[in-house]
Design a protein around this ligand. Structure first.
Ligand SMILES: Cc1cc2nc3c(=O)[nH]c(=O)nc-3n(C[C@H](O)[C@H](O)[C@H](O)COP(=O)(O)O)c2cc1C
Length: 189
């Protein structure tokens, strides 16, 4: 796939079939991810690949944090919320959680590390699209939750910028229609 075709036709696809994504395919996506630009070459991205029952364990953590978030809920309404949270990581056969290193030297700036990790995420999404996979970048409250971060091996003050959901698409959607760049651009000469 040509680069412009890939960029224009990529879209968030959250509906996938349960077929697993082979390990070597995920490795190819990660390899594409780390081609992203990063200031001072600090490679600030950290990937946690979750497949199989690891997704269930993540779901359990998400469910227990939901319980803490809604202390006034009980009974059926609490069960409903917890079940919903528990099922979230099962929406795709593979998830890549993307964390960002805190700067280890004073010259390194946190926002630039976040930018670099975000660029890696976009590389991964495009590579997934090029490989015929469906992918979706998700965050939500869980991405800011200290217990979820701890489960993934991140510290509470580290940014967890993405859960990249990856699988094989259930159907082939129409190409996306997006607003143009003009109203977001000025030219200076
Ligand atoms: C930082 C970030 C966080 C996102 N979080 C969510 C999310 O939690 N849930 C969701 O449905 N989509 C999420 N998205 C996906 C966007 O909603 C999606 O990219 C947008 O609707 C545009 O669709 P497209 O990717 O098909 O162009 C996120 C995207 C980014 C960049």
């Amino acid at each position: 796939m040509q680069i412009f075709d890939a960029i224009y036709s990529r879209q968030s696809l959250g509906t996938v079939i349960p077929d697993p994504v082979p390990h070597e395919v995920i490795e190819k996506l990660l390899s594409a991810a780390v081609q992203a630009p990063n200031h001072y070459k600090v490679r600030p991205w950290r990937f946690v690949v979750l497949t199989g029952s690891a997704r269930e364990r993540l779901g359990d953590v998400m469910a227990s944090t939901a319980k803490e978030k809604y202390p006034d809920l009980s009974g059926e309404s609490l069960t409903k919320i917890m079940d919903k949270e528990r099922s979230k990581p099962l929406r795709a056969p593979a998830l890549v959680a993307v964390g960002v290193d805190k700067p280890a030297e004073s010259k390194v700036i946190e926002i630039e590390n976040v930018c670099a990790a975000a660029a890696a995420c976009q590389n991964l999404l495009l590579a997934a699209h090029g490989a015929g996979l469906a992918a979706k970048w998700r965050t939500g409250d869980s991405a800011r939750d200290p217990q979820v971060k701890e489960f993934l091996g991140f510290s509470p003050d580290q940014h967890l910028i993405a859960f990249l959901y990856i699988g094989y698409p259930e159907n082939q959607p129409e190409p996306p229609q997006r607003p143009s760049f003009e109203d977001r651009t000025i030219w200076m000469e």
